[in-house]
Design a protein around this ligand. Sequence first.
Ligand code: SAH
Length: 345
Amino acid sequence: MDIRNYKEEELVELAKELGQKPFRGKQLFEWLHKKQAAAFEEMTNLPLEFRKRLSESYCVSPLKIVKKQVSKKKDTQKYLFALPDGHMIESVWMKYHHGNSVCISSQVGCRMGCSFCASTLAGLVRNLTAGEMLSQIYEIQRDTKERVSHVIVMGMGEPLDNYDNLIRFIRLLSSERGLCISQRNITVSTCGLTERIRDLMKEKLQITLAVSLHAPNDEIRRKTMPVAKKYTIGEIFQTCREYFEVTGRRITFEYSMIRGVNDREEHARELAERCKGLNCHINLIPLNEVKERNCLRSVDSDIQRFKIILEKYRINVTIRREMGSDIDAACGQLRKKFLNQTGKN
Ligand code: SAH
């Protein structure tokens, strides 16, 4: 069992069950999440007997680094981790002037089936636990010896399809008694599961919600995102408006630019019309071409033109800086390559 998965009050209960005073549970939480100990032996102020009992049933870190790729500029590192059951996930570390950011996976594989994405090629294998999500950050901090200040849940998987574990993860990550990453520095990206976005509004979190739009209308969206058959863009925008009213947090829309599919002038205008009156930010992502998929990246001049049109409508828009494209940093690419080489899928 992965002990990083437990809340402080659960560790207090566990300590009591193992015949210890309740405060031992609090100390254990601090070792795990504030000091990020890698093993029970490091927890020197805990009684030996307690540590022994813990190590009989629990492990501290569920992840092992299998592979690490460093970009030429050294500002991006991609990690392939093995889970205890042998499955693989990937995470990316990015160095920015405002701090270090980690992009984590929330599931092994994904069942959303977007036609340009490598993570979903073999479907969903399983959800990650909160401890497995946290461990991606802890292991990367240990490896880089630098503090992580921002976390984005934008790697492999659909986080809102793993809702309970995601919420537990966010609360542990932002806990004052843990790594204490400000919720304002945590971004969760979803393909737009509206019921779950409504649940999320009620959690009273200060996180940033990013919604993968990738199209200005349902017809185009359905060409690349099967999930668009269930949730219309109209419903998504309505839900986002409510999300902003309830949380006061500006929404980010992600828009991956696919040549000839969603990158024309009329698409930019249609998108801008939809965004009217909504406090949002649009992040244009030049598509990362995936070998197994036949989507092409928009040409730079089309991306620029798209941006200029949105700006004319006074929409906040940025083009995502490409980091790590020399190290397969697009979602699911490194894992896919590794599995291909080892003959697994
Ligand atoms: N399932 C979530 C989060 C994971 S993907 C979601 O859909 O938002 C993170 C973002 O990268 C999403 O916007 C996703 O659509 C996009 N993406 C996936 N593969 C991509 C690729 N090959 N090129 C560009 N963007 C991609």
